[in-house]
Write a protein that binds this ligand. Structure first.
Ligand code: SF4
Length: 456
């Protein structure tokens, strides 16, 4: 990898002190948003300011998502509309990064069909951005780097969106190959960052006033499996919990097949670790889970839930559910509803199965109609609304510690934030509280949040 400092220096020499603006649009998951913050870090080192207005920009980077084909179609649509911008400003540099470009066919389609695009950059090639930009500035018609690197661009400074909540990727890639998922093909094999790099980064963030640390990975539970036993994820949680400061640790995503008792012990024994676990179920039917290659059964999943609930019957769980996986029968769908009623999630993120070319599931025959799938989705959401409106009542009368996020978009004079249980809490208060922890006495429960009074 080139020495970015000298490349950055060269770019600044060529472009001089003229002010230059960059527009970085990130799509998709938190890992991609975190990559977008790194891209901004590199651009900021090259003297760029930022704008959300593409007509003002000298450099535009679309940091793409490829989890669904519709996400890719949307990007091609946006790229098409950018042709005009390039005609109006020939010096404009347009680049595409993220999961979409990690697929050689997509990178090739961009090169061939969108000649106004200057470069493409793969998910692990972020550190090559200065070199790609220098090539473009020096006249290269189309620059590209979609190779797989292992450096995680860990040393790249991040221009973070929030001044009190920080995402910290701890690993990249995925080895699980769930049959509906493109991620292993665009983000490569699992690679864990060195524990010291993560611990030092978190310590520095906490010293700089960050209150929430969100540890990110496609499957954080398998963190360290490639580090020769140096450190496991539960051990990493304990190391981070030992850092001085008043902050909360969250993590996403956890694969149920790797949710061990060591992990559950760490969650309960570490004071700074949120008392919430996002445990993607995807389906409540073991036969569908097998077709998804999830490598756990519904029974095994419930064993993990019971292990947690034995420690705390009220422990907050959330999940992801796919409705309408190829040939899902009505019985298999009802198995999902049964697990939802049994587990009583505080929230679910649900999706109708969407065919993604390049995945195994895309080859599967599917006789279930889209109409039937939409009908199931409506039923699933209705069941969850019932569960949440009942389950949230357990918080009434309790005092919850809330990290205040923002002013409420629903009620004038109200603030909103999240509790350790990842529950949305609304209460009356001054915006000066944003970014700090507040104690709130809960007086009311809805099916999407709770409301309360600030305890001065
Ligand atoms: S665990 Fe499965 S769904 Fe999650 S990123 Fe890996 S392959 Fe995709």
């Amino acid at each position: 990898m080139n020495d970015n400092n000298s490349v950055t220096k060269k770019i600044c020499e060529i472009l001089g002190n003229t002010s230059r603006k960059a527009c970085v649009r990130s799509f998709g998951c938190q890992l991609n948003v975190s990559d977008g913050e790194k891209i901004k870090g590199l651009l900021s080192d090259m003297g760029c300011d930022f704008t959300d207005d593409e007509t003002e920009a000298d450099i535009i980077i679309l940091n793409t998502c490829a989890v669904r084909e519709s996400a890719e179609d949307r990007i091609f649509g946006i790229l098409g509309s950018m042709k005009k911008l390039k005609e109006l400003k020939p010096s404009l540099i347009i680049g595409v990064s993220g999961c979409m470009t990690a697929q050689s066919h997509a990178a090739e389609k961009i090169r061939k069909s969108y000649p106004h695009v200057s470069f493409v950059m793969g998910t692990s090639a972020i550190s090559s951005l200065p070199k790609l930009l220098l090539d473009c500035i020096q006249g290269t018609k189309f620059a590209s780097d979609i190779s797989e690197y292992d450096d995680f661009s860990a040393t790249v400074r991040q221009v973070r969106e929030s001044s009190f909540k920080a995402s910290v990727p701890i690993m990249f890639g995925c080895n699980n190959f769930c049959t509906y998922c493109i991620v292993p093909y665009v983000r490569g094999r699992e690679r864990s960052r060195q524990p010291d790099d993560i611990i030092n980064e978190v310590r520095e963030l906490v010293q700089n006033g960050y209150k929430e640390i969100m540890l990110l990975g496609q499957n954080v539970n398998s963190y360290g499996s490639d580090l020769g036993g140096k450190m496991s994820f539960p051990q990493l949680l304990r190391e981070l919990d030992a850092i001085d400061g008043d902050f909360i640790i969250r993590f996403m995503s956890s694969h149920p097949k790797d949710a061990t008792t060591e992990l559950i012990d760490a969650i309960f024994e570490c004071g700074k670790v949120a008392k919430h676990l996002h445990l993607p179920l995807q389906s409540g039917s073991s036969s569908v889970l097998e077709r998804m290659n999830r490598r756990y059964t519904a029974e095994k999943y419930l064993e993990t839930v019971d292990c947690i609930r034995q420690r705390d019957p009220d422990f907050s769980l959330t999940t992801d559910i796919i409705v309408g996986f190829p040939n899902e029968t009505d019985g298999e769908f009802r198995a999902t509803l049964d697990i939802m009623k049994r587990v009583e999630y505080d929230n679910i993120y649900s999706f109708i199965y969407s065919k993604r070319s390049g995945t195994k599931a895309a080859e599967m025959e599917d006789m279930t109609s889209e109409e039937e799938k939409s009908c199931r989705m409506r039923e699933l959401l209705a069941v969850q609304r019932e569960i949440s409106s009942e389950h949230y009542k357990r918080f009434i009368g309790r005092t919850m510690r809330v990290l205040v996020d923002d002013v409420s978009k629903k009620r004038e004079g109200f603030l909103t934030g999240k509790s350790s249980e990842f529950i949305i809490v609304e209460f009356e208060g001054e915006p000066s509280l944003i970014g700090s922890f507040a104690q709130v006495k809960i007086t009311e429960a809805m099916n999407w949040a709770v409301r309360g009074e600030l305890i001065k």
